[in-house]
Design a protein around this ligand. Structure first.
Ligand code: AMP
Ligand code: GLY
Length: 396
């Protein structure tokens, strides 16, 4: 099938590999040295690419083009696209929209209130502060005191003077990413995954796009059932509200003492969660993407390998403040139990360069989580570029 893939990061490398393995002709709107051998580069503009190639399917990786209505434009011209409409993408682009959906449909989530600039507040305890809008991972503050909450509110209103802000009850517990593919009515879940968002070992340091991810995560059956139910009820709620959701619905949950609570939805594959998930997928993803786009999924469940996968992100030393800039002099070779995904690399002057924040996603596979982890770290030890940095505790 002739496919246009929009996006050029590690997530898209994993999507490209999963599709190309099943013989699809993948055309890329972005450059990524990892794409070499998986398909062809096309023009950068996704609409132009779809027209030029008479694309049979357009797969949209990142959230920004979804929020901007790329899928609406493609569908208006008769193209099939995997991803939600701009209206449905509000599940990610507006935390207040999501909170209202969750409240109306009784989804378990943190208690919250909306505050406007100038509102007089008397805070009794610290609250989590969230900007309403896409913020590339920079719109959430988790303060430890009332004074820090007030400071975070000031920062939030300074960053986005006209936007409302969501104050949310602070929850405790491990996090879990549960993603599903939705066709507007039904949702088929992927394996539960876990991302490690903080920059340094032990969950210290600033928030990042994600320093590594593992799948599957072993959680009690009942916990997983609750998370699946949240995805299912969200999809039914969106349908009832006249905004059917088609694409990847990603629930970010916190596993609290009183059960899983929804922290956020994203409307696309997580990066780096996509890397272990696509590496473990044991079938062609395209019929699922196509089914979601058409409004009818082809089955009840996806087939995954019984192995485990662990993706360790190798970044530049100064990530997330600054990107890397160094030549990569050595990489491990891909094999049956190791895949190196490119997230922030480029080829020029006959060399491979580390040029992004997150540079590589070294993904190990194995019969257990521990085996996958140790294979990933063996791979990481073979990566050579000046300033290469990673967390040592992905998957623990
Ligand atoms: P988000 O960008 O919404 O994924 O939030 C970034 C991170 O902030 C999450 O991964 C959590 O670690 C943390 N966070 C978000 N909401 C809460 C909450 N209500 N309580 C505690 N931590 C939270
Ligand atoms: N891994 C977190 C995200 O994609 O938002």
């Amino acid at each position: 099938m002739r496919i246009v893939l929009v996006g050029g990061g590690g997530r898209e490398h994993a999507l490209a590999r999963a599709m190309a393995r099943h013989g699809h002709a993948v055309h890329f709107t972005h450059d990524n040295p990892g794409f070499v051998g998986l398909g062809e580069r096309t023009v950068a503009d996704p609409m132009a690419a779809a027209r030029h190639l008479s694309a049979e399917l357009v797969v949209v990786g990142p959230e920004a083009p979804l929020a901007e209505g790329l899928v609406d434009h493609l569908e208006a011209e008769g193209f099939l696209a995997f991803g939600p409409s701009a209206a449905a993408a509000r599940l990610e682009s507006s935390k207040i929209f999501t909170k209202s959906l969750a409240t109306r449909h009784g989804l378990p989530t943190a208690e919250a209130r909306v505050v406007r600039r100038g509102d007089r507040l008397t805070l009794d305890r610290p609250w989590v502060v969230k900007l309403d809008g896409l913020a590339a991972g920079k719109g959430v503050w988790v303060p430890d005191s009332v004074a820090a909450t007030e400071a975070a509110l000031d920062e939030a209103f300074a960053a986005r003077p006209d936007a409302d802000v969501l104050l949310e009850e602070r929850l405790e517990g491990p996090e879990l990413s549960v993603l599903g593919i939705a066709d507007g009515t039904r949702v088929v879940p992927l394996l539960p995954a876990r991302d490690h968002k903080r920059r340094f070992d032990g969950d210290l340091g600033p928030n990042t796009g994600g320093m590594g991810a593992i799948a599957p995560v072993s959680v009690p059956e009942a916990t997983l059932a609750t998370c699946h139910d949240v995805l299912r009820r969200a999809v039914l709620g969106m349908k009832a509200d006249g905004v059917p959701f088609r694409g990847v619905l990603y629930g970010g949950f916190m596993l609290t003492d009183s059960g899983p609570k929804l922290l956020e939805f994203n409307v696309r594959f997580g990066d780096p969660e996509c890397q272990p998930l696509m590496t473990l997928l044991d079938e062609d993803p395209v019929p699922w993407f196509l089914g979601a786009a058409r409004g009818e999924l082809p089955g009840e469940r996806l087939r995954f390998s019984s192995r485990h996968a662990c993706c360790v992100v190798v970044s530049g030393a100064d990530y997330p403040a600054r990107g890397a800039h160094a030549t990569i002099t050595q990489l491990p070779r891909d094999s049956d139990d190791l895949v190196v995904y490119h997230a922030g690399t480029s080829s020029h002057d006959g060399a491979l360069w580390a040029t992004g924040g997150r540079v590589l996603g070294v993904t190990g596979l194995g019969p257990s989580a521990e085996a996958a982890r140790s294979r990933a770290y063996q791979g990481v030890a073979e990566v050579r570029f000046a300033g290469a940095a990673w967390r040592g505790d992905i998957g623990l």
